[in-house]
Design a protein around this ligand. Structure first.
Ligand code: GDP
Ligand code: CA
Length: 314
């Protein structure tokens, strides 16, 4: 069984851990979001790729959902002592090593896909992890506050401002000229079906789909998604602020409609949203518990997604 999943950070990574348990024999390729990537302290940081790599490789800080386990913050404190910011983006000592290795390789001329493969040689995530593109794509958010109307990097809005300042627009800068990374279209072409984990529909899955060629290649397959929105709210994080910014209501049904029946064949919603169940044509919607409380519960969700894909495949 060949499965392709499009993943952001925490929601994507946790789901993938369940997917691996549900389908231990499957050949899984993960197309990771790189729109959250940022350069800080001269280093290239890829938060979503790292979250997937650390989570599947056993190095994640479980409570936090991002960053390394058994982390220390000496480097950060030393940088702060020099008054070198930004202080709002937390990077631990162990995590810094990953960004140093990545930046050295990028500076030596390796594309991000090759760098990611090299990092995964250590972490052995048990999936093939591909960045959506080797080209630089960065999500920016248009905001207006006391400093005026301006576009800021997604991380500044998300982490520094906690998405509390309303976004007037969200865009993936560089996406229109980006090419899918080597292997992305080939993996989609060879896939039996595609799964959309419960990742942020705007700044994770939406950004991946904005790379020219990817949306069409995904839509050509049987696609089953898992809703990140339960009972009208994100399970964790501020995805509602992203949906509002693009004019989509924060509900499991509105997210499915946003993806559209041309893309989405099946959609799993939580039992709290059972009223959305639909098999009348377009996207087939089924309900079941969708809280990823532990790996076993997550594997059950993944199995339901696989079963639905099997049912809907031509
Ligand atoms: P990020 O890049 O770290 O923000 O992570 P993702 O984009 O991959 O996933 C974020 C989404 O995961 C949020 O919109 C959450 O609602 C969703 N999420 C987190 N935990 C759960 C869960 O237990 N169940 C479901 N269905 N969604 C979840
Ligand atoms: Ca992310």
């Amino acid at each position: 069984m060949r499965i392709v999943a499009l993943a952001g950070g925490i929601g994507g990574a946790r789901f993938l851990r369940g997917l691996k348990q549900a389908a231990p024999e499957a050949d899984i390729t993960v197309i990771g979001n790189t729109g959250d990537d940022i350069s800080l302290f001269g280093l290239r940081i890829c938060p979503d790729l790292d979250t997937v790599m650390y989570t599947l490789g056993g190095g994640i800080n479980e409570e936090q959902g991002w960053g390394r386990t058994e982390e220390t913050f000496t480097l950060r404190e030393e940088l702060a002592a020099y008054d070198i910011g930004p202080g709002w983006f937390t990077l631990g000592d162990r995590d810094f090593a990953t960004h140093i290795v990545r930046t050295q390789m990028l500076d030596a001329g390796y594309p991000l896909s090759a760098v990611t493969e090299a990092l995964c040689d250590r972490w052995r995530p048990g999936v093939r992890l591909l960045p959506m593109s080797d080209d630089r794509v960065e999500t920016h958010v248009v905001i207006e506050d006391a400093e005026g109307r301006r576009a800021v990097h997604f991380q500044e809005w998300w982490v520094r401002l906690h998405a509390e300042v309303p976004a007037q627009g969200i865009g993936a800068v560089g996406a229109e000229d980006a090419k899918p990374a080597p292997g992305v279209l080939e993996a989609l072409d060879a896939a039996d079906f595609v799964i959309l984990p419960p990742s942020n529909p705007v700044v994770s899955v939406g950004t991946i789909l904005s790379v020219p060629g990817i949306r069409a290649a995904v839509a050509a397959k049987t696609v089953v998604g898992v809703s990140p929105i339960i009972g009208g709210a994100p399970v964790r994080g501020m995805a509602d602020a992203c949906l509002t910014a693009i004019g989509v209501e924060t509900s499991a049904g509105a997210v499915a409609a946003h993806y559209g029946p041309d893309l989405l064949d099946g959609w799993l919603v939580d039992t709290a949203d059972a009223g959305l169940e639909d098999s009348s044509g377009g996207t087939v919607i089924r309900s079941r518990p969708l809280l990823m409380t532990d790996v076993d519960a997550t594997a059950d969700i993944a199995r339901a997604a696989i079963d639905l894909a099997g049912e809907l495949r031509p």
